[in-house]
Ligand binder design. Structure first.
Ligand SMILES: [Zn+2]
Length: 270
């Protein structure tokens, strides 16, 4: 019996392998139930909104929305162009600015729920800086990095069950709560180095497609680094996004492709 179960698990692992079409990175995220994941994400986002002071109608809040909508538009067009629009099924995009100058952070939860905190705006500096952060965070959600982390955790649990002789369904909600803790400042899990590299590249391409100059992206990471030197406490964003120097080098290596996307951007040619 155990052999059959092991075979099923291995077959599932093979079938559920996902490839990021922009970067070519392969990942396994088949054990996370996407609709359950998004339901949990949307509930958590509502909670954050209730607990936070949301800024609306200011130039900064409008800028967050504009950048977010441009990146959403190009992401939808890209996935449609390669016949993978289903990746975005169930997404309910929202882009909010939270009044909290002490929190140097921004995140995107599964299903396209984005928040920027006012504390990150001085480091973003301008719309292109916001696009650098937005592209990166949205890339985590589009590439399913949260689902991948949860699948790894669920996979370990499932394999344990196989070895133990019983298979039980993993509880997406409790897994979700481990990865996306409650609270307004909501520190989203640290992704792995490989996931970060993936989000950096995909984010670079997304911002370029949305008509923001990708050559400016490394400058955001330079400013983040400088901020770390100034404060006693490093920016929240840097605690989950370390090693700016390595990131900059990786981005530079892929700048030629990003530049192509930038030159062809509908926001530049129309
Ligand atoms: Zn990241």
């Amino acid at each position: 019996m155990k052999k059959i179960f092991s075979f099923i698990v291995i077959a599932t692992l093979v079938v559920a392998c996902t490839t990021n079409p922009m970067t070519g990175r392969k990942s396994f995220q088949g054990l996370a139930d996407n609709s359950q994941l998004m339901t949990a994400s949307f509930q958590q986002y509502q909670q954050v909104k209730q607990e936070s002071k949301i800024i609306t109608g200011t130039p900064e809040a409008e800028m967050i929305k504009r950048v977010g909508n441009r990146i959403k538009t190009v992401a939808e067009a890209y996935y449609k162009s390669i016949g993978q629009e289903a990746v975005l099924n169930g997404f309910e995009w929202e882009f909010i600015l939270i009044d909290d100058s002490k929190t140097v952070n921004a995140w995107c939860m599964p299903g396209g729920k984005v928040a920027f905190f006012t504390g990150i705006l001085p480091i973003c500096k301008d719309e292109t800086g916001i696009a650098t952060v937005m592209g990166h965070e949205v890339a985590h959600a589009l590439a399913g990095h949260g689902a991948e982390r949860m699948s790894q955790s669920a996979g370990a649990q499932l394999l344990g069950d196989v070895i133990g002789g019983s298979i039980s369904n993993s509880n997406t909600k409790s897994l979700f709560e481990q990865f996306y803790p409650m609270g307004a400042s909501l520190t989203i899990l640290s992704y792995s180095r490989k996931q970060e590299l993936d989000a950096d590249l995909m984010g670079l391409y997304l911002m370029a497609m949305a008509g923001y100059n990708p050559e400016k992206a490394p400058e955001l990471w330079e400013r983040m680094k400088a901020q770390e030197g100034n404060d006693q406490r490093p920016p929240d964003f840097l605690s989950t996004h370390p090693n700016p120097d390595t990131r900059i080098l990786d981005m530079q290596k892929n700048m030629a492709k990003a530049r192509q996307y930038y030159n062809q951007s509908i926001y530049r040619t129309k």
